[in-house]
Design a protein around this ligand. Sequence first.
Ligand SMILES: [Zn+2]
Length: 417
Amino acid sequence: MSSDYTHHRWSHLKKILERSGPFCRPDFEPSSNTLPFLMEKCKILVIGAGGLGCELLKNLGLMGFHQIHVIDMDTIELSNLNRIPGCNVVAHFCMIQDKDESFYRQFHIIVCGLDSIVARRWINGMLLSLLVYEDGELDQESIIPMVDGGTEGFKGNSRVILPGLTACIECTLDLYPPQVTYPLCTIANTPRLPEHCIEYVKVIQWPKENPFDCIIDGDDPLHINWIYEKSIERSIQFGIRGLTYRLVQGVVKNIIPAVASTNATIAATCATEVFKLATSCCASLNNYMVLNNLDGIYTYTYEAEKKSDCLACSEIPREIELIDGNIKLKEFIDLLCQRHDLQMKNPGLTVANVDGKNKTLYMQTVPSIEEKTRVNLGKSLTELGLTDGMEINVADITTPNTITLKLKFKNTDIEMA
Ligand SMILES: [Zn+2]
């Protein structure tokens, strides 16, 4: 590879790395060692190998990054694949949750090309948990920068997150609209859209008829075909037009339409930010770039602010204000899922008992515990012994860490009575 350094292929990078300029950061030192560092030492993790992730891999390879790991739970679509000579890419075919702290700690920078908000939140929580504080001071060495790209059709965004220093994913959670779901009553009784018919077959008809004796596999054409035929029947019954095989695929797999040029633009800005972070050759994006190509081409950049009471990066327990303790545990859990600033998925709740031991209020993810704690769902918080000011520990798939919520009852009189 050493002949590679002298190769004209890298001459443009060398112009940036081996001489100074007006846009360089004050701590930048021109050096012929930087390119070898990028190629041999600097370890980058790319999360997601879809349209965005694959574009990122190619860009990073061409920017001199040759020690790249990529993690995805899906296999790569052939149409997304680019090949870069000389690049050492290690693939991890698993969920990000399958890897632990020691895996993530080995990287210099993490880049996300994900379509899942839950996965983004989880990796955000993981990077925050890697931070080391000494006497309340953040150890800068423990920060692993995260560059996050996202696209949806003609829209996209790129952002740079320095965990512990700048706004994290949870700080700006309200930027993500809750995922589209259709009310069950509409799906069952008054369908108006082809999507309603598909959802009906997916949510109600499939479990009832269980045609293939398994859960739906969005990649199995037999499954999609079955859903397609049943959805057509239903759409005819209700006089709904526009139901296509592609739409069935889209709804079942929750596919966000991809526009190659949006992916290319966002991947390019993300790769540039990784390059800037790794080399200090230029100031980083501060810190959120929006791209909107729906009507013409529009972009702007602003500084997303760190939230002083962020659940993930502030270490301050979030207060949950309730009228009193009469709310049922089931309603309380629904609240955690619906609130814009929490958007939890399957929260498991525990509380520290008077004797210091942890008591599980409800846990959905472990079947045996779910069965044991299901009875609590119908009980009120007061009946469960929870009072104003108490702290509840919450585990959720959106984060590898336990979150603390503090109960605040507006009306404490009733609870005393
Ligand atoms: Zn935060």
